[in-house]
Design a protein around this ligand. Structure first.
Ligand SMILES: C[S@@+](CC[C@H](N)C(=O)[O-])C[C@H]1O[C@@H](n2cnc3c(N)ncnc32)[C@H](O)[C@@H]1O
Length: 289
């Protein structure tokens, strides 16, 4: 641990931001690698002569910041950490960095189920870092959750994140293609959730390099029209959901009408499109009757 004055840290922050980047990314670096949280820094900033403890020296932090700026490497991968809702999650370039808009899926579940004391069973298809499933398993300790992914390495990270976030044991991790690891749950799920890869091929080719060059293609690309995986998930969902079970799917900004039609075609009712914070229909909800 290295002792450093508040004044020095504030000056260092200003210097780094003058090179580029944003406050939020620098705060993540200082917190996850330096061990200094924004709230610590804010609460001490009235006393610039006061001191803080750094886990790594400023040269080390600066080299990470420059890598981030020069190569467009996502700061979350460089730090190995991201914050999502109230979770601190490990991320490597094997997993998608969970996006802030996806946090709304958890709010949608809260809105549907409220503070229920029922014992329900949910599955998340394509869990990545485990963010959604871990948040739900923690919020509903009586529920049983199954989080799946096609990639065993990804599931290793999700499992680690669950162990680090919880002392509970109500979430299990299964590997396989969409519904296939869930054969023994046919007709037993109260809720299924997925944020599948949904970027159309043409759009994928034009993604910003900080996404395309670093985040896993398998987590992003949804085939020619972006709907390849969403179609498969919706078509097979009726086999796995209980009567009146819910399906919640995240989609690309221009897919909500098509996803709605897929839900109607597959006999879902109570269909609703939920907007993200910019007012774009990003989540489709349906109930299987
Ligand atoms: C868009 S990411 C979502 C990750 C995480 N749920 C989130 O919201 O941040 C899609 C996830 O689906 C997984 N995936 C891709 N193809 C799959 C398949 N055929 N079966 C199961 N999972 C798959 C990817 O490995 C990736 O973790």
């Amino acid at each position: 641990m290295l002792s450093i004055s508040v004044k020095e840290i504030l000056f260092w922050k200003k210097t780094q931001l003058s090179k580029g980047g944003d406050h939020e990314s620098l705060a993540l670096l200082l917190d996850s690698v330096g061990g200094i949280s924004t709230s610590d820094l804010n609460s001490l900033s009235i006393n610039p002569e006061g001191s803080l403890y750094l886990k790594h020296d400023l040269d080390h932090l600066e080299s990470i910041w420059e890598d981030h700026l020069l190569n467009s490497s996502p700061i979350q991968y460089l730090c190995g950490i991201t914050f999502w809702r109230d979770l601190k999650l490990k991320v490597t370039n094997k997993v998608l960095i969970p996006r802030s808009e996806t946090e709304l899926i958890v709010d949608i579940v809260f809105k549907i189920f409220g503070k229920t004391s029922q014992k329900l069973c949910f599955a998340e298809l394509g869990t990545g870092s485990g963010a959604i499933s871990i948040a739900l398993a923690l919020a509903y300790p009586l529920w049983d959750g199954i989080a799946t992914d096609i990639d065993q390495d990804v599931l290793g990270i999700a499992t680690e994140n669950y162990i680090n976030s919880s002392k509970q044991s109500n979430l299990r991790f299964y590997c396989g293609h969409w519904w296939s690891p869930l054969e023994s749950f046919k007709g037993k799920l109260d809720l299924a959730i997925s944020n599948p890869p949904y970027i159309p091929k043409d759009t994928y080719e034009k993604l910003p390099k900080e996404v395309k060059n670093f985040e896993p293609k398998i987590a992003l690309l949804g085939g020619e029209d972006g709907l390849k995986h969403i179609r498969e998930i919706i078509q097979k969902a009726p086999l796995f959901l209980k009567e009146n079970g819910w399906l919640i799917i995240e989609n690309h900004f221009d897919q909500s009408e098509k996803v709605k039609q897929l839900l109607i075609k597959n006999k879902f009712t109570s269909i609703e499109i939920v907007n993200d914070l910019s007012g774009i229909g990003r989540f489709a909800i349906g109930r299987y009757k």
